[in-house]
Write a new protein. Structure first.
Ligand code: ZN
Length: 89
């Protein structure tokens, strides 16, 4: 799939956790609790994708789609575009 130009593999986290710096949960799943843990959640899978595809993933969406503001800013500063969706009820 990585070799097919019709597909783009993007980063969806290392352990599929909410990306938080204070452990905020989403959908009953405990988020990362520190900046270091959020960094690891983001960059662990980034390294795996780099190895598999030969280039860094350009986009990231966290597990459960939850980010806090610090985690969004960290993602941007690491050169990855944070993406998400909105839910309507
Ligand atoms: Zn998911």
């Amino acid at each position: 799939m990585a070799a097919d130009p019709l597909f783009e593999l993007a980063n969806h986290g290392t352990a599929h956790l909410p990306l938080s710096v204070n452990g905020r949960a989403a959908y009953g799943i405990q988020g990362t609790a520190t900046i270091a843990a959020a960094y690891d959640e983001l960059m662990g899978n980034q390294g795996i994708l780099q190895e598999l595809t030969g280039h860094p993933a350009r986009f990231f969406r966290p597990g459960t789609a939850y980010y806090d503001d610090v985690a969004v800013e960290m993602t941007r500063k690491l050169g990855i575009l944070p993406v998400n969706f909105t839910e309507t009820s």
